[in-house]
Design a protein around this ligand. Structure first.
Ligand code: NAD
Length: 503
């Protein structure tokens, strides 16, 4: 019998009301049951929110550097358990061990960055227009945050949200993706342990609450709960729009990090070997299931045939398998339904006028792959920018290759989607590189790098339907998790009237 996991509510690990559970299985080997995780109810969310609301009144008064001490210990604990976390993450969502280690490292980096922010969280001062008066402004915490996350970065994404939120003095109700509950459990276990270690007898129950369960139930309740003050969501554009609509009704602050349809441009003067390595990594790393995955390759006509031939040869050699096994390059799709979506897009691509399927395009089910949701790395050549496979997010190992004849045309093709997350250009022409940086409409642009590889201390997010203007990571995220409070201190000893007495 698989182990039953619990929610963390008000400082205690508790069973879900209703007693229902969701199975967590290994996408590379469907017979491997990892555990049973709470299928929580609206009641569980309500209890968690009440706990977080009460905890906020205490947590906001803990000095920010002390809150930072908690996150420092969190980072240390994650470092100690890095291999174990990565192994289990690969087991529950499929990407290869080197990548799940990277995912965990991003969480560690975020912990240390946020911990040090506890000694900054700078305010701003400005001169007063009146004599003997001082104007200051401070950041203050907002209250209870609802955090809803996807399965593709089960550690990094929750840490991008929870650590800055906590350091700023907010409390949290966290609902992870149904497909990756184990990594979420470990993260919250670590945070709670660190809270106990640092606060000791002053431990505050309810600062972090974990409520597992379905998006349609738990996510909806978080979105409409009157006592949730802010929501940070990463996931699909469709769900993001729904959350924005529901949460907007009560004027919650909402940060949305949504889908992408990222492209890599390769100009005729580029270092082709480098560009080739980058597109293999960008398109097929994480089985193409990254919001920043390279799903379009825009190739200059002068190198088109030569580059494509090499790409097909190299992609055809990628080894599929269980990501914890040595030598494996590409893991499975995360679920049966995700693989079905990928295959549906491949059928759409096959039927679209003039796109040529030149690699893959089918399930991979030979030998040990039979028990998992594997899909062969797939390449379509001669894709036209207006085709659906060139515009819509597929979220799988499928690359659309498009021909271009100039920088201007390449950038236009790149910009021709409703998304704007990541982008890349390979060129050795410095003028083209700078023009591309200026004209590409995306939150992230790499020059001579793959579309994937964001660093934890830089702003992360996108334009257009990739989000609603906020950024995670770096220094920018602290604006999302705080309110500005303006303070005027008058030491003149008389009533001074701004705009009246002085003009
Ligand atoms: P998803 O939108 O299906 O689910 C994300 C989360 O939302 C899950 O926890 C889910 O349970 C929850 N949810 C579902 N319905 C809900 C509802 N009605 N109300 C509230 N919550 C609800 O996305 P996914 O399949 O888990 O992840 C893949 C998507 O995430 C892709 O579109 C990808 O591009 C995007 N993504 C974006 C970024 C980014 O930073 N821009 C990063 C990673 C993934």
């Amino acid at each position: 019998m698989a182990e039953k996991y619990k929610n963390l509510i008000n400082g205690k690990w508790v069973e879900p009301t209703g007693g229902k559970y969701i199975e967590n299985r290994n996408p590379a080997n469907w017979d491997d049951v990892i555990g049973l995780y709470p299928a929580s109810t609206v009641e569980d969310v309500d209890t968690a929110v009440a706990a977080a609301k009460a905890a906020f009144e205490k947590w906001r008064l803990v000095p920010a550097p002390k809150r930072g001490d908690v996150l420092k210990i969190v980072g240390d604990k994650m470092l100690t358990r890095k291999d174990e976390i990565a192994f289990e993450m690969t087991r529950e969502m499929g990407k290869v061990f080197a990548e799940t280690k990277g995912d965990t490292q991003e969480g560690i980096d975020t912990a240390y960055y946020a911990a040090s922010e506890g000694r900054r969280l700078f305010g701003l001062n400005a001169p007063s227009e009146l004599p003997n008066k001082m104007n200051l402004s401070f950041r203050v915490p907002i209250g209870v945050g609802g955090f809803i996350t996807p399965w593709n970065f089960p550690m990094a994404i929750p840490t991008w949200k929870l650590f800055p939120a906590l350091i700023c003095g907010n409390t949290a109700v966290f609902k992870p993706a149904e497909l990756t509950p184990k990594t979420a459990h470990t993260l919250v276990e670590i945070i709670d342990e660190a809270m106990h270690e640092v606060l000791g007898r002053d431990y505050i129950p309810g600062v972090i609450n974990l409520v597992h369960g379905k998006g349609s139930i738990i996510g909806e309740r978080i979105s409409n709960h009157p006592d949730i003050d802010l929501i940070s969501f990463t996931g699909s554009t469709a769900v993001g729009k729904r959350i924005n609509e529901v949460a907007g009704a009560s004027l919650k602050r909402v940060s949305l990090e949504l889908g992408g349809k990222n492209a890599q441009i390769v100009m005729d003067d580029a270092n082709q070997e480098l560009a080739l390595e980058a597109v293999l990594w960008g398109a097929f790393g994480t089985t193409g299931q990254r919001c920043t995955a390279t799903s379009r390759l825009i190739l200059h006509e002068k190198i088109y045939d030569e580059f494509l031939e090499k790409l097909i040869a190299r992609a055809g050699k990628l080894k599929l398998g269980y990501g914890n096994d040595k030598g494996v390059d590409v893991g499975p799709c995360v679920s049966e339904s995700q693989r079905k979506t990928v295959d549906e897009y491949v059928q759409i691509g096959k039927n679209e006028d003039k796109a040529k399927l030149v690699l893959g395009g089918e399930f991979a089910s030979d030998g040990t792959l039979k028990g998992g949701w594997f899909y062969k790395p797939t390449i379509f050549a001669d894709v036209k920018p207006e085709m659906r496979i060139a515009k819509e997010e597929i979220f799988g190992p499928v690359l659309a290759v498009i021909k271009t004849n100039s920088l201007e045309d390449a950038v236009n093709i790149l910009n021709n989607t409703k998304y704007g997350l990541s982008s890349s250009i390979f060129t050795n022409n410095v003028n083209d590189a700078f023009r591309a940086v200026r004209d590409i409409r995306a939150g992230i642009t790499y020059v001579n790098g793959a579309t994937i590889g964001a660093e934890a201390h830089m702003p992360f997010g996108g334009v257009k339907e990739t989000g609603n203007g906020h950024r995670e990571g770096g220094w920018t995220v602290y604006d999302f998790y705080t309110e500005w409070k303006a303070v005027y201190i008058d030491y003149s000893g008389k009533l001074q009237r701004a705009q009246i007495d002085n003009y």
